[in-house]
Design a protein around this ligand. Structure first.
Ligand SMILES: Cc1cc2nc3c(=O)[nH]c(=O)nc-3n(C[C@H](O)[C@H](O)[C@H](O)COP(=O)(O)OP(=O)(O)OC[C@H]3O[C@@H](n4cnc5c(N)ncnc54)[C@H](O)[C@@H]3O)c2cc1C
Length: 592
């Protein structure tokens, strides 16, 4: 597999030339103090060095060795503890963390690029800091000042890691039926009892303590999701002076044997009257988790993009070197026995599909990250509200669409290698295995689609959608004539999505099955339309600069490919949505 090279040029293009993100930072006082274009560039450069040099080389060995469980604990593969220490010491775990507790305070638009790099380098490794950053977000937003002072600095510093304990054997999507109990104690703490499964980083040897955030029910809690509370449960209890004390009653019973991300420990966690502290008010646990979820879900989407990028880098290198057959128009490498496979139309189709999806995904995830930054830091209530609604609308799209396309991209990358793509040593098969989980965890992609179509579109009566649609129309309306080749198909795609959204709002009134029947394909039409907006924005930033260097010419060529070959996918997807739910219910359960 080719060495991983962080796509810094494209990241800078997206941040500085497409979105001119420094203008947004200058408008948000909390960010203006910590970041400008120059700092951002230096941060990305440094991240690229440590990630490419230290973490990427452990990707294959981590996959082959995997994690091992014993009664003493879980061992991560060779090199992981040292690499984690180097990553933590560089401040990368707390890159987006609150500076009041030792975080670096970078905007999401920057930490999103770091997430892409670390996950492209090594998806299993990337999960450890990602879960920690997610736990920190929940604590920072909802925990008492005392808990924040006690736990956040060591978590941002990577000395301690975090885990999110939601899932139970009988409760995954439907967290309302969890059974883990929390009993109040006289000193204000709680005793937590129950079993959680599939807990990423629940136990490992990377850090001296693990801070679990656990969903549980109080004795008098209302039934369902309204009766869930959130608790902080450390693996090792922390003394008043901050030193580590006794081991808490929490243990890892076993780890899962999985299709991919083998170097990420996926743990069964037993809480046997473990001591914990409540985060936020009783029964507000799901709301506290949701703070973290918009960030985390974007992060999982970025894992899809990251996998596609890693696969693309290897596939391009291979396609330039592997020689098979002659080009249809006659020999290109006349001095060789055959031409490099990059001459063949189908190989170009695969590579360009990967490139267009990856670069579209990078722009889209950066756009969503900027909305997260605006929602968090803007001092104008109206601006904040619009950004919050856009985040709510676009987060399920980012999670599901980027991960669906991440799998598609890695499968293309594997296919470019022919039989060698199926063989371990080239690394492409690992990317396909690893990326598959991103469609499943953090809420399956089916559930993301239901969230988009049900809660965000129908639930807001189309109001959240209107922000996005109006923004695209305003852009298209003010675009110069030279952009017509991109803007005209974009306008048509938005008109199609407007019409489909109206159809969804209308059909949801007549039959409760329509939302769930439409949701997955609706999300995909939404995603391709959103990428068309991104590609039109990128074309605007590149147009006129083609002569300067290949980067811009390549960008424009890829934009043209996207509009010609990928955007038309919306037509068949739209037809599927409009076919409605009827054909899904023609069989009884026994007839399957
Ligand atoms: C490697 C790995 C790591 C994980 N890490 C964590 C972690 O760190 N912390 C944690 O708490 N959990 C974690 N999970 C759990 C993960 O989030 C769940 O597996 C996931 O949310 C799905 O839950 P489930 O497996 O119970 O599937 P189910 O909820 O049983 O779903 C089964 C199928 O039914 C569909 N379905 C369910 N309900 C509906 C509905 N209402 N409408 C339409 N379709 C529906 C689903 O989309 C899915 O296709 C992890 C899982 C894995 C495999």
């Amino acid at each position: 597999m080719a060495d991983y090279k962080a796509p810094l040029r494209d990241m800078r293009f997206v941040l500085n030339e497409v979105f001119e993100v420094a203008k947004l930072w200058a408008e948000l006082p909390a960010l203006a103090e910590v970041v400008d274009a120059e700092t951002a560039s230096a941060v990305l450069e440094e991240a690229g060095k440590i990630i490419g040099g230290t973490i990427a080389p452990l990707n294959r060995s981590g996959d082959e060795e995997g994690c091992t469980w014993s009664a003493e604990g879980v061992k991560t593969p060779a090199g992981f503890p040292e690499a984690y220490r180097a990553y933590a010491e560089g401040g990368w775990v707390g890159v987006g963390g609150d500076p009041n507790y030792g975080g670096m305070g970078m905007p999401k638009a920057i930490s999103a690029q770091v997430e892409e790099m670390v996950n492209a380098a090594n998806l299993s490794f990337g999960l450890y800091p990602m879960l920690t950053a997610g736990a920190c977000l929940s604590l920072n937003a909802h925990a008492s000042e005392e808990l924040k002072q006690k736990y956040l600095p060591n978590m941002y510093a990577g000395v301690w890691t975090g885990s999110m304990c939601l899932t139970e054997p009988h409760a995954g999507t439907d967290l309302g039926i969890i059974r883990t109990k929390a009993e109040p104690q006289a000193d204000g703490s709680f005793k937590i009892t129950g079993t959680k499964i599939f807990i990423t980083g629940g136990e490992h040897d990377l850090a001296e303590n693990i801070i679990h955030l656990v969903l549980a029910k109080l004795p008098d809690a209302p039934a369902g999701s309204k009766g869930i509370s959130l608790f902080l449960v450390p693996k090792v209890l922390v003394n008043e002076d901050g030193s580590l004390g006794e081991r808490n009653a929490v243990s890892c019973g076993s780890i899962e044997h999985k299709m991919g991300i083998k170097a990420s420990a996926t743990c069964v966690m037993n809480f046997d009257g473990a001591t914990g502290w409540i985060v936020d008010a009783p029964n507000k646990g799901l709301a506290a988790m949701f703070t973290m979820m918009n960030y985390e879900r974007l992060g999982v989407g970025i894992q899809g993009l990251a996998s596609g990028e890693r696969s693309y880098q290897s596939a391009v290198e291979y396609a330039r070197e592997r020689i098979q057959s002659r080009a249809p128009t006659g020999p290109v490498a006349k001095d060789k026995a055959a031409d490099p496979i990059i001459v063949h139309p189908d190989v170009r189709r695969m590579l360009l599909t990967m490139k267009a999806l990856n670069e579209g995904g990078r722009a889209f995830s950066t756009y969503v990250a900027m909305q997260l930054d605006t929602a968090k830091f803007s001092e104008a209530p109206e601006v904040r509200k619009r950004a919050e609604e856009l985040v709510a609308l676009l987060t399920p799209v980012a999670k599901a669409f980027l991960t669906d396309l991440g799998l598609e991209a890695t499968v293309h990358g594997q296919q470019v290698f022919g039989g060698h793509g199926f063989i371990r040593e080239w690394g492409q098969e690992q990317l396909v295995r690893d990326v598959r989980i991103t469609q499943i965890y953090e809420g399956t992609n089916g559930i993301q689609a239901l969230d988009l179509a049900g809660r965000k579109i129908v639930g807001s009566g189309g109001a959240f959608y209107k922000h996005f649609s109006d923004e695209i129309k305003a852009f298209a309306g003010s675009a110069s004539a030279e952009l017509a080749e991109f803007v005209e198909p974009l306008k048509a795609a938005v008109a199609n999505l407007d019409d489909l959204t109206a159809w969804l709002l209308d059909s949801a009134k007549s039959n409760p099955n329509e939302i769930g029947a439409a949701s997955v394909e609706y999300l995909q039409v939404f995603g391709y339309t959103a990428y068309a907006y991104m590609w039109a924005l990128m074309a605007r930033a590149a147009l006129g600069k083609e002569g300067e260097d290949d980067f811009y010419a390549s960008k424009l060529g890829t934009a043209r490919f996207y509009f010609a070959r990928l955007l038309p996918r919306i037509h068949s997807l739209t037809a599927s949505v409009k076919a409605g739910s009827e054909s899904l219910y023609l069989l009884d359960a026994e007839q399957f």
